[in-house]
Design a protein around this ligand. Structure first.
Ligand SMILES: Nc1nc2c(ncn2[C@@H]2O[C@H](COP(=O)(O)OP(=O)(O)OP(=O)(O)O)[C@@H](O)[C@H]2O)c(=O)[nH]1
Ligand SMILES: [Zn+2]
Length: 202
């Protein structure tokens, strides 16, 4: 049976990047609270700026410098605001799908010398367990014609395309490289094919 999503509540959220409508979705795949944060009118539009952001409690909420998530979240909202319309999909796939507990254990393994990929594998997981079916269904529901995807990750483009979404463009989202995130970003480039230029800020 085909998976489904249901747009249960829409509510207005004013932000530093203008006013958004928060769409709370339920779905037939998991019991998590996935969100589409929509600015302006996206219906039947081409090249809609879309960020598919995976939950990162440490980066998004606590401002951890181990990763680039918090900065990317802010940048994505800015990019959407600049266009006047767009969507931030917030998927509850903490720790690339392995959950917060395992991600924190993986951090401790990384402090012992493993990289992000090997730490996941050491814990019995794949390097990346995320799925994008729910995001694709949300985009279908919002009637977006084509997507300018805000990402450095080619796998996200491949997966969305496989799921029937037209990705017309890619918009890079690069944050500053510093000592705390250098290893993490290098592993993304070397092992996960991320398109990052790795400019270090002096
Ligand atoms: N397992 C694990 N997950 C991590 C780690 N660091 C960050 N994450 C999670 O990674 C997810 C973000 O994915 P990233 O690989 O940083 O970036 P991406 O979303 O694939 O790519 P972009 O679209 O270019 O940002 C979030 O769910 C974070 O919680 C880590 O060391 N181990
Ligand atoms: Zn993060």
């Amino acid at each position: 049976m085909k998976a489904t999503v249901e747009d249960l509540v829409q509510t207005r959220i004013p932000t530093a990047h203008g006013e958004f409508m928060l769409h709370y979705f339920s779905n037939s795949i998991d019991d998590k609270e996935h969100i589409a944060f929509v600015k302006g009118d996206v219906r039947d539009k081409e090249d809609v700026r879309v960020r598919i952001h995976s939950e990162c409690f440490t980066g998004d909420v606590l401002g951890s410098r181990r990763c680039d998530c918090g900065e990317q979240l802010e940048m994505a909202l800015q990019l959407i605001d600049q266009a006047g319309f767009g969507i931030l999909i917030y998927l509850r796939q903490e720790g690339r799908g392995i959950g917060l507990l395992k991600k924190l254990q993986a951090y401790n393994l990384q402090d012992q010398g493993l990289d992000t990929v090997d730490a996941n594998i050491h814990l019995g997981h794949l390097a990346d367990e995320r799925q994008y079916d729910i995001a694709a269904l949300m985009l279908e529901h919002l009637k977006v014609k084509s997507v300018a995807l805000i990402t450095n990750n080619p796998q996200k483009i491949d997966e969305l395309t496989r799921l029937g979404i037209t990705v017309s463009k890619r918009i890079p989202i690069e944050t500053d490289v510093h000592d705390d995130n250098l290893g993490y970003l290098k592993t993304k480039v070397e092992k996960m094919r991320h398109m990052l230029s790795m400019h270090k800020k002096d």
